[in-house]
Design a protein around this ligand. Structure first.
Ligand SMILES: Nc1ncnc2c1ncn2[C@@H]1O[C@H](COP(=O)(O)OP(=O)(O)OP(=O)(O)O)[C@@H](O)[C@H]1O
Length: 226
């Protein structure tokens, strides 16, 4: 009998970092199952963002493998197969670094739809804007004309545009106040409830992770999961 397929977004024995002689992550195993929210905590510099980038398929590990519902990922960044790339959405701490300041929020949300030549783009943008509670007035503004919270809502809409099966949220709410944080976490929970997506929630805020995540794992300062 063939072995059972292990579902989830899974890091297996991942060794990663920026200098192969001194890797940041040391044989990390972590699974984000469909429908679950896994919290990732750890001290500053322990490698949380590095692991987020590896699981977001934005940073190639030195060794080890990322599996997507049992399929090994064969390339990172522009080498990631399209079918795998669109299944994972990533949200970062600083929305201003991930949106071209020349774009309106509408254009920023449209980017992934344009890139994949999705049908009914205007309708889909309206639907996404509605979902994250951005009004048409805000959609017409550029990134520097909106607040961090409004821009992060636009980033969430852009990330959800292609209906990813997994979300990697790297300190997504660190720049935001408590009510915007609660609203964004609520939106992600709703999306998860509708789609069964798996979520990796990275935060140094233990209270937030207790509320948000089903389980939380900790990276030690040596880049090992405990
Ligand atoms: N682009 C880079 N080039 C070289 N070293 C890097 C790079 N990015 C991060 N590092 C180093 O890798 C280690 C892990 O960084 P990482 O950002 O993954 O940690 P973190 O746990 O997310 O930290 P924080 O909570 O402060 O955001 C740190 O020592 C950091 O200085």
């Amino acid at each position: 009998m063939p072995p059972p397929v292990l579902t989830g977004l899974r890091a297996e024995a991942v060794v990663a970092g920026y200098d192969p002689r001194r890797p940041v992550l040391d044989r990390v195993d972590l699974t984000v199952p469909p429908g679950r929210t896994v919290g990732l905590a750890g001290p500053s510099g322990s490698g949380k963002s590095t692991l987020a980038r590896v699981l977001g398929l934005l940073h190639a590990p030195f060794s080890g493998t990322v599996h997507l519902d049992g399929e090994p990922v064969t390339g990172y960044r522009h080498r990631t197969p399209h079918a795998q790339r669109v299944r994972i959405g990533v949200l970062f701490q600083q929305p201003r670094l991930s949106v071209d300041p020349r774009l309106t929020l509408r254009a920023a949300i449209t980017e992934p739809l344009l890139a994949t030549r999705a049908p009914r783009q205007a309708e889909r943008v309206a639907e996404l804007a509605d979902l994250v509670m951005l009004t048409p007035d805000l959609l017409s503004r550029r990134a520097h004309e909106v607040s961090d919270g409004q821009l992060q809502r636009a980033c969430l809409a852009r990330t959800l545009a292609l209906s990813p099966d997994y979300l990697v949220c790297d300190e997504m709410t660190t720049m935001l106040d408590a009510s915007t944080t609660a609203a964004l976490v609520g939106l992600i929970r709703d999306y998860q409830g509708r789609t069964g997506a798996g979520v990796l929630a990275i935060s140094h805020d233990a209270v937030l992770l207790r509320r948000w995540a089903d389980d939380t794992v900790h990276l030690t300062p040596d880049g090992v999961l405990a």
